[in-house]
Every structure is written in C-alpha cells, then in structure tokens.
Design a protein around this ligand. Structure first.
Ligand code: SAH
Ligand code: SF4
Ligand code: F3S
Length: 477
C-alpha cells in the first residue's frame, strides 16, 4: 500500500459472517484504528453486506483519512458514525433500522454527532430514509464516496446532506484502499451490474456495470504483493463480464496476468455468473497453479421455469453443461453456490428440481436464502410473492439438510489427504490452533506444531477428522 507517511494506518478488524436461522447471511465488519490525525474528527464505520461493501469501506476510509479524519472502533467516541449498508433482502435493511434505534442514545448525548447511512440501502431509499429515520443526517450511495468530506461538512451545519448519484464511470481506480494488515486482500475489479435478475436490487443500488482498467489493477496487485499479502480476491457482481475496453483485456486474460505478478500469491475471484463463465477462464485456471481451484457459481434454482422467471439467462441444462466442463478440465475444483427458495410461483416440482441439482453437482457449500421481495424490482412489479412463508421455511430446511449431507460426505472423503494450507491466523476457538484455507477454499483447523509457523505461511496439513462444517488436520512433513 502506498501510504503517505503523514497518514495513519487504519486497521479494519476482520469481519464476521453471520448466518441467521432463516439462512439469511450478512457480512459484518467494523473499522478501527488509532486516531493519529483526526484534526477533522473521528469516524466510526460499520459495514454490512457483501465483500464488495467491505471493499468499499476501505475506499471510504482512504477518502476520509486523506481529508484529515481519524477513525475509531468505538462508536461512542466518534464525531461521525457511518453504517455502510446492504439492501439485498428485507432483513438486511431491518437490521439497519434496529441499529439506528440503538444509536439514538449517542445522538441525544452528543447532538453534534453526524449519523450517515452509506451503500446500497441509502441508494435504494434515497431521501425517504431521512423521513423514516429522523436521526440520519447524511446519505451517500456507492458511487458518491469521493464527496463524503463535503457531505460531512454540510451535515455539520445542521443540514441534511445527500448524494445518491450513480455514475457510469466511477471505479475509484486512483484511490488506494486502506486495508487492514493481514494475509488476504479484496480488490474490486468492477462495479455495478447489468444483469437484471428479476429478484435483485443490486442493479438499482449499484448502477451500470463498469470495469476498472487492467493496468491499475495489476499495479495494485504488485503493490499488495510487495506489502506481503499472500492472497487476493478479485471482486465483482459478475466478474466474468469484466472487460477493460481500452486494452480489451477480458477476465481470463486479467486472471492470467494477475497470476504472473507473483506466482506464489494465491488469486481468487467472486462472483461468477453461469451464463458468462468461459472455457477460456477454466483453461487459464488449469494452466496457472496460483489461480485457486474454487468457483462460486450461483445457480439460484434447479428449475428452468423458475430460472426463466428470474431472468437468469441460463437453464438448468446449460448450467449443468458448464459444471461438466469445469469438472472435466479441473477435476479437483471445489464449487459453491447460492440458492433462493420460495421464489414467485415456485411449486413442489420446482423445489424438487433444486434438490436434485444439489445432488447432481455436489457443491462443497451452498448459501441458501428465502426469497425476499424487493420494492421496484421486476419480480416485485410483475409476479406475486405467493409462496407462503411456512412453505418457504420448510423448503429451506430441506435444501439445507440435503446440502449438509453432501458437504459432510465431501469433507469425510478428504480424511487422510494432505493439502497446502495458507495460515490466516488463530482459530476462533483456541489460540493453540491455526485456521487456514486450502487452495479449494476449504477451512482447516489444526494444532500449532513445535516447528515455528506464522500467519501467512503455507504449510502441508493432513486432514484427520471432518464434519460438514470443519476440517481438522495435523501438520504433515
Ligand atoms: N452478483 C451475484 C449475487 C449477489 S447477491 C451473483 O449474481 O451471483 C448474493 C445472493 O443473494 C444472490 O446470489 C442470491 O442468491 C441472493 N439474493 C439476491 N436477491 C435476493 C432476494 N430478493 N431474496 C433472496 N435472496 C436474494
Ligand atoms: Fe443481482 Fe443478478 Fe446482478 Fe447478481 S447478476 S447482482 S443476482 S442482478
Ligand atoms: Fe448488499 Fe449491495 Fe452487496 S445490496 S449484497 S451490499 S451489492
């Protein structure tokens, strides 16, 4: 990271993934750092939603620190509190409303406190958020982060400040994100989404698809490598449609070039859209050892009728062909997926097709969600949300049960095998154990051996025990 020496280091405490009982998932992270230069005040940022939002918080931190703000990990110590929000499902937004209620006490004690809502929920609700939540002083959408310093200044004069303009060009290419120190870094290679899946709010909250120039990405990857990062995850809503229009570098070519920057650095990516994942990409992944053999390929449903209603632009058969192509070229590749259950008009037969697809593909892991109608999306406008909630809940449990059995079987088949594991840090349960990931993105926990190893090292680990959730290993020679 090219840091101006006068600027403080910002640490973003590693986030945590929370999966609620209904299968809804949220990625929560808080940002923190010692506030060395806070001549303009201290900002506290809380991040919700996907990894792209997490990565945006690193851009937000960079913009603010560049303007002389400091940051804090203590909300009650802050002059400005930002919630960087998600709008993907209704419960993601309900969490924010709840959080804003909790912040009322701080605002009462310090009327000068500026409270801002950033990100996808800000973009979706726009100024309606000011009406609904009186304590909000500032809102900024995902393309408006350069204007945060001006927005804060305006809010400090007691006015409501908002910027929810979406841009056709903004990629924040020239802003060096302020990352937490660590083993693994996220890098947004594109923004927005043009797909218009009928259930999805993202095209409305993040605008049109645009790619960040390849040269600036490759420079940043080099910098991250020089700083000691061991793994980079390239991020986009649909990375397979990445295209640098000036150099005509596509995603497969970007991956190839990224893999050459430091052949020891692992490169991952998320998320792939099944309609756009190419044979060229899989060939590059097969050729370059440091491109990780793991693909998250959301299918959403196993029923072609539902997929058409979702406007996914792929059928069940088309999807399974892509899976077969991946498995034939990359037999060791691990797969994961996203499933939405209870989408408009979904029948028991459609649901059975989803269960059979899970059995056919045999993913390592599936993120499963109950359909949540989002205002103004094509599905909300055209199809009634007509699957009763108890039916949605029951189908979700069936999907989770089938997937758990498969994950369990896959994990148990790994016992006795040896993997190269990149150590990320202490296991959550015990400081006596390391937690790391295999190339295929499988989490492995293993006891710290007598020989010294540290976070960031790649060690050989033999799997000795497995459940559907965890692999337990021991260091191998
Ligand atoms: N761009 C990514 C997905 C981003 S959102 C992709 O296309 O793969 C992550 C996941 O949230 C989606 O894959 C989908 O499974 C889920 N999701 C999106 N909108 C939803 C909604 N309205 N209700 C329930 N789940 C939803
Ligand atoms: Fe949403 Fe579909 Fe775009 Fe993914 S590809 S962000 S699900 S519209
Ligand atoms: Fe949520 Fe926006 Fe990401 S809606 S999932 S934070 S793109």
């Amino acid at each position: 990271m090219q840091e101006t020496p006068t600027l403080p280091i910002l640490n973003i405490i590693s986030g945590s993934r929370e999966v609620a009982a209904d299968g809804q998932e949220t990625f929560v992270a808080t940002s923190t750092r010692a506030a060395e230069t806070n001549r303009k005040g201290k900002v506290y940022v809380e991040t919700y939603g996907c990894q792209m939002n997490f990565s945006d918080t690193e851009i937000i931190s960079s913009v603010l620190i560049g303007e002389g703000y400091g940051t804090t990990d203590n909300a009650s110590d802050a002059d400005v509190i930002f919630l960087n929000t998600c709008a993907i499902r209704d419960n993601a937004e309900q969490r924010i409303h709840l959080r804003l209620q909790q912040l009322k006490g701080l605002k009462r004690r310090n009327p000068k406190l500026v409270i801002g809502v950033l990100g996808c929920m800000a973009e979706r609700m726009k100024s309606a958020l000011f009406e609904k939540e009186k304590i909000v002083d500032l809102i900024a959408g995902p393309d408006a982060y350069r204007s945060l310093p001006q927005l804060i200044e305006l809010a400090e004069t007691g006015q409501k400040a908002a910027n929810v303009f979406l841009s056709l060009e903004e990629t924040y290419a020239d802003i060096t994100p302020v990352r937490r120190e660590g083993v693994s870094a996220f890098l947004s290679i594109m923004r927005g989404c043009d797909n218009m899946c009928s259930f999805c709010v993202v095209p409305f909250t993040r605008g049109r698809e645009r790619s960040r120039p390849a040269s600036s990405l490759l420079d940043e990857i080099k910098r991250l490598s020089d700083e000691g990062f061991k793994e980079i995850t390239l991020l986009g809503q649909n990375v397979n449609s990445y295209l640098d229009e000036t150099s005509t570098v596509n995603f497969a070519e970007l991956m190839y070039r990224a893999s050459l920057v430091n052949p020891k650095m692992r490169i991952r990516f998320t998320t792939s859209h099944p309609k756009d994942i190419s044979e060229e990409l899989i060939d590059v992944m097969a050729e370059r050892p440091n491109l990780c053999k793991f693909i998250h390929l959301p299918v959403q449903s196993g029923s072609s009728r539902i997929l058409a209603k979702m406007n996914r632009n792929h059928t069940r058969e088309h999807y399974l062909e892509k899976i077969a192509m991946i498995k034939s070229k990359l037999p060791e590749c691990a797969l994961s997926t996203d499933i939405i259950t209870g989408f408009c008009s979904e029948t028991e037969a459609d649901h059975a097709e989803t269960l059979s697809l899970l059995r056919e593909v045999r993913y390592d892991y599936a993120f499963t969600f109950i359909y949540s109608e989002r205002p103004n999306t094509p599905a909300a406008k055209h199809f009634p949300d007509d699957v009763p909630s108890d039916v949605k809940q029951r189908r979700l449990s069936e999907i989770v049960a089938v997937q758990r059995r498969i994950s369990d079987e896959i994990h148990r088949s790994l016992v006795g095998k040896v993997f190269e594991v990149l150590i990320e840090g202490n296991s959550k349960r015990s400081a006596e154990m390391w937690m790391g990931r295999t190339d295929e993105n499988r989490v492995v926990v293993f006891p710290k051996a007598a020989q010294s190893a540290q976070a960031g090292d790649v060690v050989r680990v033999e799997i000795v025990e497995a459940t559907s959730a965890t692999l337990l290993g021991k260091q191998a020679l």
